[in-house]
Write a protein that binds this ligand. Structure first.
Ligand code: NAD
Length: 294
């Protein structure tokens, strides 16, 4: 039987609608959530990501503040800007769009953001809270994964989730999210990576298989258990002269091959991608509530 297609666009729109309603309630209480997005330089991909974040703010009623810093600015200029936003009581969320130019230290910049306003969830304080199960701000892309699964009517609790990838922005936080207690988690988690021997031995045991590798169509049907839920975090450009842009986007999963064995699968694009911005909106409202105690 063909796999159920998990539609990230529909689920992300559902979350943005919920956020909009929540923002409405906050506004009635005299509070307007505000997200500051800092863009350093003119990287076209970063500009496009920032654009979609600003548009999602407009849709949900969140105020957005876009701050542009020249690519050749000093790191100190960026740190000063973050300090200013940390002090601003009208700003509830701060996001510095990565990657930064090479002369800027991403770790130092991330650590400068007030953890209470760290809507990307990358500050060590939020990373620590997630790992010991305390309430904090969790990274947007991995937070979207259990939402995609549970809102598709599939269960997580008690399932064996196998993650391929151990990055700080996807693999590791996802491991921590899925192993916590709770309805949208409570998985037994295996995390595989570039040092894993006999990878397919692990992936074939997965009830839920998540690929966050960055290698086009890496996961093939032979690596997937019949009926598994397959979540593809990967976004890769591959050359394609038939497309007007000269490339097309593919995931880390060989979609057409794997959907014949999977029980459910996310497409690329239109799966995990749209969830990241929706979860950012959710985090901004959460930060607003936590900071103001409303
Ligand atoms: P990364 O390069 O930081 O990490 C990749 C991970 O894959 C590493 O931990 C590595 O150990 C593992 N890996 C690499 N080759 C492997 C192999 N042969 N076998 C097993 N493991 C292997 O990448 P990332 O930042 O975690 O991103 C992963 C993918 O997800 C990329 O395609 C990226 O574009 C995409 N991504 C999408 C979103 C989104 O949808 N919004 C957000 C972040 C990342």
């Amino acid at each position: 039987m063909a796999a159920k297609i998990i539609d990230g666009k529909v689920i992300a729109a559902e979350i943005r609608t919920e956020v909009k309603a929540d923002v409405g309630r906050l506004k009635q209480a005299g509070l307007t959530p505000c997200l500051a997005v800092v863009l350093v330089g003119k990287n076209p991909a970063s500009r496009s990501y920032v654009g979609s974040k600003v548009r999602a703010c407009e849709e949900t009623g969140i105020t957005s503040l876009k701050i542009e810093i020249a690519a050749n600015a000093k790191e100190q200029d960026l740190l000063d800007q973050i300090d200013k936003l940390n002090r601003d009581i009208n700003v509830h969320g701060i996001l510095v769009q990565l990657p930064l130019p090479h002369h800027m230290d991403e770790e130092r910049v991330t650590e400068r953001i007030d953890p209470a306003k760290d809507v990307d969830g990358f500050h060590p304080e939020n990373v620590g809270k997630l790992s010991i199960g305390l309430d904090g701000l969790t990274p947007c892309t991995p937070s979207g994964v259990p939402e995609l699964i549970s809102r598709s009517g599939l269960s997580l609790s008690g399932k064996h989730a196998v993650i391929i990838g151990r990055s700080n922005i996807v693999g590791k936080p996802l491991m921590n999210i899925l192993m916590q207690k709770g309805e949208k988690a409570n998985c037994t988690v295996t995390c595989c990576h570039s040092g894993t021997d006999h990878l397919a031995n692990y992936t074939r045991q997965a009830d839920i298989l998540i690929a966050a590798i960055g290698v086009p169509e890496f996961v093939t049907a032979g690596m997937v258990k019949d009926g598994a839920t397959v979540i593809d975090v990967g976004i890769n450009r591959v050359d394609d002269s038939e497309h007007s842009r000269g490339y097309r986007l593919v995931g880390d999963v060989a979609y057409h091959d794997v959907r014949d064995v999977a029980g459910a699968i996310t497409p690329v694009p239109g799966g995990v991608g749209p969830m990241t911005v929706a979860m950012l909106m959710k985090n901004t409202v959460k930060a607003t509530r936590m900071i103001s105690g409303v």
